[in-house]
Design a binder for this molecule. Structure first.
Ligand SMILES: Nc1ncnc2c1ncn2[C@@H]1O[C@H](COP(=O)(O)OP(=O)(O)OP(=O)(O)O)[C@@H](O)[C@H]1O
Length: 301
């Protein structure tokens, strides 16, 4: 479990994290989303006591990271895949981490296999691609078999195979009952993995939600076409729906599911020519939510 309470971090001219209160629960993959500069990395750094908060609290399993007696067994984190000694082999990098934390060599061997680096374990990290470093960083995070994982932009640098691997890995870690927090600035990267979403902008919480809820909230209704539109309107509004003429022709129905609309029409012998659910993509929902919090925007051409 990860918890922040009114967590705030101010730098000279920037409030990177602003009164952030969130809970990240076990058993879920929680996507930590926000535009560039939203404060995701800073929040993770505060949780790991790599930076001191200005005010508020950041706790892992109910305690500050620097108060955990066996931190590597409680929290695994990938913050910066490049923060590795380039002259060391991948195996030695993990072995070094393992031996200073009372973890045996056999665990290093099995982690190397788990992250797909067994074949290059004896190569210098300096010769690794960014994707290989990401895998190594995830290996380091998993080394202590922790119940809490924090991965900052873990798919950065990974090819499609790697992205799929991260999705499967994070899902299975959450299914084992772990707390998994995965940051990204792109909804497309987390929507297929995360079930919960924490969306932040300018250091503030914008939305603490689920993928399902966000999809529902930004639903643009159901487009229905029928040769007996007037009769259908009466039936659907009678069942509690909001119905209006759709600019594209047909009816826009809100408040009823596609199946209910179909069932009601059938019950009343009303033919339907089209029933189409029009939910906004999660990407569109995310863009709409964070539109006011984007610090760095390319000019439209
Ligand atoms: N050490 C620092 N000194 C001054 N400002 C900082 C420092 N670290 C972060 N910031 C600022 O705090 C804000 C939040 O940065 P942070 O890296 O946490 O955002 P982020 O959401 O992780 O962004 P990205 O998606 O680009 O990685 C930014 O405006 C950043 O410039």
């Amino acid at each position: 479990m990860i918890e922040t309470t009114r967590l705030t971090k101010r730098y000279a001219t920037t409030t990177a994290v602003d009164e952030l209160t969130v809970q990240v629960r076990p058993g879920h993959v929680t996507g930590f989303l926000g535009p560039n500069g939203a404060g995701k990395s800073t929040t993770m750094r505060l949780l790991l006591c790599l930076a001191a908060s200005t005010s508020g609290e950041a706790l892992v399993n109910g305690r500050r990271y620097d108060q955990l007696s066996h931190p590597m067994h409680e929290v695994g984190a990938l913050l910066d895949a490049n923060a590795v000694h380039p002259g060391r082999t991948a195996f030695d990098h993990l072995l070094c981490l393992a031996s200073t934390n009372g973890i045996g060599k056999s665990r290093v061997v099995s982690i190397m296999e788990q992250v797909g680096l067994a074949g290059v374990a004896r190569r210098r990290v300096g010769d690794f691609s960014l994707g290989m470093r990401q895998r190594l960083g995830i290996g380091a995070a998993l080394l202590g078999d922790p119940g809490v994982l924090m991965l900052d932009e873990p798919v950065n640098g990974l090819d499609l195979d790697g992205v799929r691997w991260i999705r499967r890995l994070t899902r299975s870690l959450a299914d084992e009952g772990r707390t998994v927090l995965v940051s990204s600035h792109l909804m497309s990267e987390v929507e297929q993995t995360a079930d919960r979403l924490l969306i932040i902008g300018r250091g503030r919480l914008i939305s603490d939600t689920t993928v399902d809820e966000l999809t529902r909230r930004f639903s643009q209704g159901v487009l229905v076409r029928s040769p007996r539109a007037a009769d259908l309107i009466a039936v659907l509004t009678g069942a509690g729906a909001d119905v209006e003429q759709d600019p594209a022709g047909g009816l826009c129905v809100r408040g009823l599911e596609v199946a209910t609309i179909g069932d009601l029409a059938a019950e009343h012998g009303i033919a339907l020519y089209e029933v189409t659910s029009r939910s906004a993509s999660l990407e569109e929902a995310y863009m709409a939510l964070t539109a006011d919090s984007v610090d760095y925007q390319a000019g439209e051409k």
